[in-house]
Design a protein around this ligand. Structure first.
Ligand code: AHG
Ligand code: MN
Ligand code: MN
Length: 338
């Protein structure tokens, strides 16, 4: 009988492969696993308790906060504060970074940027949602500053996401491939279910909010029309799949092959998704799984961030599909027209 490998067994075993192996990253990933289980418990009973619905608050980006956003933010903030590994955090739900000043955290090595609840518009309708995290080694001495977070994505030490779906999974990379763990609710443990995940180089799924069609760059419009043409050789017409939770759309495409696009539009010239806690971590995972992530003009992981809540356009997924979108953008939307 095959014995399951739990998340903790896996990360302890792999600790020797982690960069700067001192056990702190192991502890941090383990803390994320615990916070994910707590959030998962609330997500699962969301329909039963009085936790659904909007609070009266808005976050700093003017979006209505859902109660589960606030709950998930609190759980992850507390998990990071109580460990000795994280010196500061940046969250979608907090305007500025939050520096941990207590004795054990002050001199910690890592900072974490995260989206506590991704896909919050799907909470009330029982559709998959997620959590996304990005871990950097801090670059300043003394009290943490924004500079610790404004590092290029290529310097991430680890990144991952939790998907609260038909099953709950934790998928992460420490720069040495991607591994996926499925929560076994009967024992309350994340168990290794998708070792060394690789994404197909080609796929036949495209994921985009096509409601914005009239506002899209010409290159994206041309790509969408191309996806709909019939061509047996490359499996077209492709299938359109769009959940509206980046984590869930990305996860499906990672496993099956596909491309997820959130481009600039006439109304949002920088796209919608946030570089630090949505695009960079997903780009790191995509590349580690053999896929690709681009803004249309450059590799996401090479962008120099300038602000905590910066938005960027993103095209992410199967390598050949991302390259096709890039080609179409170059051909039909030269930079001057974007
Ligand atoms: P969040 O819930 O963290 O604000 O993120 C929502 C994001 C992302 O998950 C999703 O891909 C995208 O918003 C959907 O946007 P549209 O509704 O514009 O398609
Ligand atoms: Mn999000
Ligand atoms: Mn969110």
């Amino acid at each position: 009988m095959n014995r399951v490998i739990t998340l903790n067994e896996f990360i302890i075993e792999k600790q020797k492969d982690f960069p700067y192996s001192s056990g702190e990253l192991t502890g941090l990933l383990s803390d994320i696993g615990v916070a994910a289980k707590i959030v998962n418990r609330e997500v699962n009973k969301a329909g039963l308790v009085n936790i659904l619905g909007a609070t009266e608050n808005s976050n700093i980006q003017g979006e209505t906060q859902q109660k589960l956003d606030v709950y998930a933010n609190h759980q992850f903030v507390s998990a990071f504060r109580s460990g000795a590994e994280v010196a500061a955090i940046a969250s979608e739900e907090e305007e500025d970074i939050c520096v941990y000043q207590n004795e054990i955290s002050r001199d910690a090595k890592y900072v974490v940027a995260f989206d506590p609840l991704d896909g919050s518009s799907n909470i009330d309708v029982n559709v998959s949602i997620g959590t996304i995290f990005s871990i950097y080694r801090r670059v300043t001495k003394g009290v943490c500053t924004r500079e610790d977070f404004l590092q290029k994505g290529m310097y991430q030490v680890a990144a991952g996401y939790v998907i609260y779906g038909s099953s709950t999974m934790l998928v992460f990379t420490t720069g040495n491939g991607v591994n996926g763990f499925t929560l076994d609710p009967s024992i309350g443990e994340f168990c290794l279910s998708h070792p060394n995940l690789k994404t197909p180089e080609n796929g036949s799924i495209y994921s985009i909010n096509e409601g914005h069609y009239n506002d899209l760059p010409e290159g994206i419009k041309q790509y969408l029309n191309w996806c709909k043409e019939s061509n047996k050789a490359d499996n077209r017409p492709y299938s359109a799949r769009y959940i509206g939770s980046m984590v869930a759309d990305f996860h499906r495409n990672l496993i099956k092959g596909g491309v997820f696009i959130y481009p600039q539009t006439a109304h949002s010239p920088n796209g919608k998704l946030r570089l630090l806690y949505e695009c960079n971590p997903m780009a790191f995972i995509a590349e580690q799984a053999g896929g690709k992530a681009s803004t249309g003009k450059q590799r996401v992981l090479e962008l120099q961030p300038t602000a905590l809540h910066q938005r960027v356009p993103i095209i992410i997924g199967s390598k050949n599909m991302v390259e096709k979108v890039e080609q179409m953008l170059e051909q039909f939307s030269p930079v001057s027209t974007l």
